[in-house]
Ligand binder design. Structure first.
Ligand code: ATP
Ligand code: MG
Length: 553
């Protein structure tokens, strides 16, 4: 929308008007990740909506670990989640919470429901409950529904005290066994589970279910708008039921938005974990992963990711966005920010036969023509250079304008050279290309103004550095690897990583720091690997290629 407002903002605009539900109140949202994995590009959308909405209205956004589930949750994830959110540029200030800190209060609210006759202890096993849940024409049943309040109170307390084994009993909200919305057919709100909790240890053996816990967490924190993805739409009546039937002071409102889907990847944490555990990728921060730490290591900027979400907008219909659009946003950002450098991925020697053997000169080149503030650097030049093997053909193909015997090209920022031939080994492989240079063309322009069709990049053999280059490609060969009727593992791209061990890069890249990003002229955008690159062993990851046919509408 032109004014940057989406349908959520339109709802809020109405609610903060005089007489509206939130008149005179600060808009208060929250981002509630479950600390059972790393954040991914889909979470970044939710972050943009949660923090962005609060910011737009001068309100607040809490960061809350939704850790009501005792399994698989871990401090490692909590720290990583915080780091990723900060990296994106969102700030929860001092409003960091754990849902598990509300277990005592939640227990009290459950007791309140029992006392009001709105919850009961049920002894059906999960299988029996499934059998008795009815169908669209038949209501569900439970023989425990009319159990006296006193009995439920007693049993619930004993559930809490650990008197019953896992799965033996549940606490169910007493709502409507005939509801067309199955979430309202007396949903389970507490279950027994003896798995230890990452923060509460073994204090609790009963745990609240998401649909009961979440609205209470929101209400306890004074959230005005609980923004979540579309799959919770049919849970909203239960959300409202919980806030309306307990004595919570704040009655938050849930509003759903469409999840982000993106081509050529998967976004479920379970599937991402499986890719790691099965060895398809190296970890959560593998640069092929759609995780924020993976994208960061790959070379993505927070600005590119946020711009991607802003341009996609917020809708109520799920859609799948082309991965190429994310790459487009990165390219646009890096074009402005990344310093230029020269790197030769497939080196072949270039010998300038008429250049003095003991001479070295240097050229002053711009670091980024898009941003003069980035300044200039010196690039050295001498008789022997490295150029890319692809920039020479002994017998040129049609429309090939680069080096071939008799042809002239420009060495970027240096001189015009003319190819005179090449050396070959016994197998016919080109081992060196020979040329002469035009002394009058210093800086790259011929004195007589003759037309030179191609410009190629190079590095000085005398002082260039060796580097490892990691070329990353799509993780999956198909657009939607996680469609319901297929197995995403069948579509893993076997060529998602190509490692070049012996690339040559210009000397200035010896100063590259982990996470620095560059445009390697004519090659693409690269990022100095934050984990593996050292002064003695430079490693650069391809963030994105230079060009793509993709253009946003
Ligand atoms: P998964 O299904 O992969 O485990 P999740 O949705 O359970 O993901 P949470 O940690 O619960 O992961 O997510 C935190 C918040 O991020 C939730 O509000 C959720 O709606 C939102 N979210 C997760 N994935 C997406 C997505 N692809 N697009 C938009 N929002 C998302
Ligand atoms: Mg979840």
């Amino acid at each position: 929308m032109a004014d940057g407002k989406n349908f959520i903002h339109e709802i809020i605009d109405e609610e903060i008007k005089e007489g509206g539900r939130c008149y005179g109140q600060k808009v208060h949202t929250r981002f509630p990740p479950e600390p059972n994995g790393y954040l991914h590009i889909g979470h970044a959308k939710a972050l943009e909506i949660d923090f962005g909405t609060a910011e737009l209205y001068g309100g607040m956004c809490n960061l809350r670990m939704d850790d009501t589930n005792p399994t698989k949750e871990d401090e490692e994830y909590v720290d990583a989640i915080k780091e990723d959110i900060k990296w994106l540029g969102h700030d929860w200030e001092d409003r960091f919470y754990y849902a598990s800190d509300y277990f005592d209060k939640m227990y009290e609210y459950a007791v309140e429901l029992i006392k009001k006759g709105l919850a009961y202890v049920c002894e059906l096993t999960p299988e029996q409950m499934k059998e008795m849940r009815g169908d669209t024409k038949t209501p569900a049943t439970s023989p425990y529904r009319d159990r006296p309040i006193e009995e439920s109170l007693d049993l619930f307390e004993r559930m809490k005290n650990g008197e019953f084994e896992d799965g033996k009993m549940t606490l169910r909200a007493k709502i409507d066994l005939a509801s067309g919305n199955f979430n309202m057919r007396d949903p389970v709100i507490y279950r027994i589970n003896r798995l230890p909790h990452h923060r509460q240890g073994t204090k609790w053996v009963i745990y609240p279910m998401y649909d009961f816990a979440h609205p209470l967490e929101d209400a306890i924190e004074g959230i005005t708008h609980s923004l979540c993805s579309l799959e919770f739409e049919s849970h909203r009546p239960l959300y409202d039921w919980v806030v309306n039937n307990t004595s919570v002071e704040v009655k938050p409102r849930q509003i759903e938005f469409a999840r982000l889907g993106i081509t050529h990847t998967v976004l479920s944490k379970r599937k991402l974990r499986n890719l790691i555990e099965s060895g398809y990728v190296d970890g959560w921060d593998d640069p092929r992963m759609p995780t924020l730490c993976g994208l960061r290591r790959r070379g993505y900027t927070p600005e590119a990711i946020r711009e991607f979400h802003t341009r996609n907008g917020v809708a109520k219909i799920n859609s799948v966005v082309d991965f190429a659009f994310l790459e487009y946003c990165l390219r646009e950002d890096l074009n402005k920010k990344a310093k230029r450098a020269m790197a030769v991925l497939h080196p072949v020697k270039l010998i300038i036969d008429n250049y003095p053997e003991d001479k070295t000169e240097s050229f002053t080149v711009e670091n980024n023509p898009e941003n003069p503030e980035d300044g200039t650097r010196e690039v050295t030049f001498s008789r022997e250079l490295w150029i890319d093997a692809e920039d020479f053909m002994e017998e040129p193909a049609k429309k090939y304008f680069r080096l071939y015997p008799g042809n002239e090209v420009r060495l970027k920022s240096a001189y015009i050279i003319k190819c005179t031939g090449c050396d070959k080994d016994d197998n016919g492989n080109v081992t060196a290309v020979h040329c002469t240079f035009d002394e009058e063309s210093r800086g790259g322009n011929p004195a007589d103004g003759r037309k030179i069709k191609a410009t190629i990049h190079w590095v000085n053999a005398a002082d260039c550095l060796d580097a490892e280059i990691r070329l990353y490609d799509r993780l999956f060969t198909t657009e939607q690897p996680d469609l319901a009727d297929c197995n995403y593992l069948d579509f893993i791209n076997p060529d998602s990583l190509t490692v070049i061990k012996d690339a040559k890069v210009e000397a200035s890249l010896g100063l590259a720091q982990p996470s620095d990003r560059f445009q390697f002229l004519r090659v693409g955008y690269f990022c100095c690997d934050s984990k593996d690159s050292t002064e003695d062993h430079l490693v650069f990851n391809r963030a994105v290629s230079l060009k793509d046919s993709y253009r946003p509408e």
